[in-house]
Ligand binder design. Structure first.
Ligand code: NAI
Ligand code: MG
Length: 483
């Protein structure tokens, strides 16, 4: 079967005929699509097209008109749900049901920010009776969005929907490992009526298209989701032009289970928090901290559940698909070998040898127990289906352990004790804390982002919209005698 060619989208045009790169299907290692390899020239053109669309139309478009187009994008995503989900599942290897949920959440972002922009007002500030002071929330202009391969459709929507709603025009650079649904999102935007150039999509390599975008003097704001290393690089590039940067850099998020927790509710959620997308989720529950008294019960239940997880190609809709690439498989394998010298592997720990799994980048769900606080696998992000279990004696130790990494994206507390829950919620250093649940299925309404090395700035929720606006304060002296 011939592979489909995917273009660069600039100024409303599909640009074919550039050099291409092979986008692989991680379930089989075979070529899935040929994708245009955008570079510095395409980034230049995309930034110029975005600037043009911004100045000509989009920054002056009525919020209700922007909202109408964004809602139309949501409808088209829902119309194409099955096709988008299949594409996402093939491109990333994630199970089809997760890809369907990603499409639903992507649509929700456009609906949510359509509503939010229609109700976003400024303030009036009472200073003096002869001074009328008010604030305007203005778009930045051209916003750059560099996204990773783990949730291209969801993260693509999460970052461009609020930017567009606020009146910015976007250049979106998807990851080379999984660029297809981001390109589809650009096509959907045009069909929904976005002005040409409002949403440009330039697939390409990080070191080429990504680096050119982050360093471009024509952008006004940069959002990045990905690794800490590249987050630092793009921040430095943006600092050269004094740009605001939003960084979402992953984590080492803990599920903290107290002995009084309802384990029947907790365990499936805890398992899903690390198995979803084969552990390649920024907010994955990659650490499990258990009160000593409950340790044996929790760990035996965990191992039993891990051993039942079915593996297979994403489109066959197993419990868990492959990792994204040979490089990610190598990274996860390396961490697991280090883990074996630091802790006890109770299950998994290697590539699976099942039928049909040989060519894909599969790794068996892995549980490490009795992981010391100082272990590499206790504090570095592995980004695979690997959970590190440690135990604690009391509330103090639970807090210390939970906060003992350089990351702080998400944390969850499992307890029936309301005081423990609120105490932990306050003490945990994380951008989101869940009590007796985890993740809440992507909720576009809930502000999300990190502390410490997990990054800064907030996405999702109203905060995510405010990130793409700048305040202007207007003060008007009234020509009246106020005395
Ligand atoms: P990465 O940070 O290299 O890739 C993320 C995005 O940055 C991609 O679009 C990539 O093309 C782009 N990029 C790469 N180099 C760039 C550069 N020099 N300038 C501008 N853009 C650049 O992440 P990678 O290497 O794919 O994954 C490595 C690790 O990073 C993972 O194992 C995981 O720990 C972490 N990661 C975290 C993510 C999150 O959701 N927070 C997502 C992806 C990776
Ligand atoms: Mg990379």
């Amino acid at each position: 079967m011939p592979v489909t060619a995917y273009p660069v989208l600039i100024g409303g045009e599909e640009i074919h005929g550039l050099a291409t790169f092979a986008d692989l299907d991680p379930s089989t290692g075979r070529e899935l699509a040929e994708v245009a390899r955008g570079g510095a020239a395409e980034i230049d053109a995309a930034v110029a097209a975005a600037r043009d669309a911004f100045e000509r139309t989009w920054r002056r478009a009525k919020p209700s008109d922007r909202a109408r187009i964004l809602r139309h994008m949501a409808e088209l995503i829902r119309r194409d749900r099955e096709q988008l989900a299949e594409l996402e599942s093939q491109d990333t290897g994630k199970p089809l049901k997760q890809a369907r949920s990603d499409a639903d959440v992507a649509a929700r972002y456009f609906d949510f920010y359509a509503s939010a922009i229609e109700t976003l007002y400024g303030d009036t500030i009472p200073i003096a009776s002869d001074l009328f002071v008010y604030t305007l929330r203005e778009p930045y202009g051209v916003t750059a969005h560099i996204i990773p391969w783990n949730y291209p459709m969801q993260i693509g929507a999460r970052t461009v929907a609020p930017a567009l709603a606020a009146g910015n025009c976007c250049v979106l650079k998807p990851a080379e490992e999984a660029p297809l649904t981001a390109i589809q999102l650009g096509r959907i935007g045009l069909e929904a009526g976005l002005p040409p150039g409002a949403l440009n999509v330039v697939p390409g390599f990080g070191e080429e298209a990504g680096a050119a975008l982050a360093a471009h003097p024509g952008i006004d704001h940069l959002s990045f989701t990905g690794s800490v290393e590249v987050g630092k690089l793009v921040s430095k590039a943006a600092a050269e032009h004094v740009l605001p940067v939003t960084l979402e850099l992953g984590g080492k998020s803990p599920n903290v289970i107290f002995a009084d927790a309802d384990l029947d509710t907790a365990m499936p959620v805890v398992v899903n928090s690390i198995i979803q997308n084969a552990g390649q989720t920024c907010s994955a529950g990659s650490r499990l901290l258990v009160e000593m008294r409950a340790h044996d019960r929790v760990v035996s239940d965990l191992v039993e559940r891990f051993q039942k997880i079915s593996l297979g190609p994403g489109p066959a809709d197993p419990d868990m698909g492959p990792l994204i690439s040979a490089a990610q498989l190598e990274r996860v394998s390396r961490y697991v070998e280090v883990g074996k010298t630091e802790a006890r592997a109770l299950t998994g720990g290697s590539r699976p040898d099942g039928d049909g799994l040989k060519d894909g980048y599969f790794f068996a769900p892995t549980v490490f127990d009795d992981v010391p606080r100082t272990a590499v696998i206790a504090h570095e992000e592995i980004f695979g289906p690997v959970v590190a279990v440690s135990s604690f004696a009391d509330l103090d130790e639970a807090t210390q352990l939970a906060n003992s990494t350089d990351y702080g994206l998400v944390a969850a507390v499992w307890t029936r004790d309301v005081s423990t829950a609120h105490f932990m919620a306050r003490e945990l250093r994380a951008g989101q804390v869940f009590v007796n649940t985890y993740g809440a299925s992507g909720g576009p309404e809930m502000p999300f982002g990190g502390v410490k090395r997990s990054g800064h700035g907030r996405e999702k929720g109203l905060e995510g919209l405010l990130e793409f606006t700048q305040i202007k304060t207007v003060a008007l002296k009234l020509d009246v005698d106020a005395s």
